[in-house]
Design a protein around this ligand. Structure first.
Ligand SMILES: [Zn+2]
Ligand SMILES: [Zn+2]
Length: 238
């Protein structure tokens, strides 16, 4: 639904990129899978890219939807095929080329979640890196070289440590803090850092603290991702 609001209906998606299979990163898969199916005039498999295990998750998602699939096949006389996906389990290197657009993947480090990947999307001039959940690592550095924008999930180490709850403190060892993400961006001279997946959710009025933590170690532009944020990518060609 949010993809449609952003101007990318499920029927027209060229690729769905999954960085890993944690529930908070795949929770909308079933909706995209279903909308792709019912909004297409002919069979239109959903192209899904993700780490090893993605095919099993897509298969299980379809199994979970079995009753819904039955309802819709019964209700829509012109819908005479089942939903489907074309899954590519990826690890490293170029995973998709379409016209000038080239998408590459590299392994990231979100242990004990394994395997995980990040992506770099290049349109022939500009590059955007999608880090996913990861600590700083060689694979992410590989993707970031010469990139223009880095979209990185982050957690606030200072706040999480204050809570002192083991279940929360555990998340620190496999996510980047704001400073970690900013250092990755700084190391590669990236022009814009977009912080997303903010944990814990910023209390209203504290958004600037997140930006300040990044700008202490990074001189580029820092944005906090908001729902439906659209970004014009500019900067040196890479
Ligand atoms: Zn995760
Ligand atoms: Zn996550």
């Amino acid at each position: 639904m949010r993809a449609a609001a952003a101007g990318s209906g499920a029927g027209a998606l060229r690729a769905l990129l999954l960085t890993h299979l944690h529930s908070d990163h795949i929770t909308d898969l079933n909706d995209i899978y279903t909308m792709r199916w019912v909004m297409s005039a002919q069979p239109n498999p959903l192209p899904v890219y993700g780490p090893t295990g993605t095919a099993a998750v897509v298969q299980a998602t379809e199994a979970m939807l079995e009753q819904d699939i039955g309802y819709r096949l019964t209700h829509h006389g012109d819908l005479q095929w089942r939903p489907s996906a074309e899954v590519s389990e990826v690890e490293r290197g170029v995973i998709l080329e379409d016209g000038a657009v080239r998408i590459s993947a590299a392994p990231t480090d979100h242990a004990p979640v394994r395997p995980t990947v990040g992506y770099r999307i290049n349109d022939g001039e500009r590059s955007v890196v999608i880090a996913g959940d990861t600590v700083p690592c060689d694979g992410l550095d590989e993707l970031c070289q010469g990139a223009d924008v880095l979209v990185h999930t982050v957690v606030r180490r200072d706040l999480i440590e204050q809570f002192g709850l083991p279940r929360l403190t555990d998340v620190l060892d496999y996510h980047s803090s704001v400073a970690d993400a900013a250092q990755t961006a700084a190391r590669h001279g990236i022009g814009t850092l977009v912080l997303t997946h903010l944990v814990p959710s910023p209390a209203p009025g504290t958004e600037q603290e997140w930006i300040d933590q990044a700008t202490t170690v990074y001189g580029g532009e820092v944005l906090l991702a908001t729902d439906l944020l659209a970004l014009e990518v500019s900067g040196p060609a890479s």
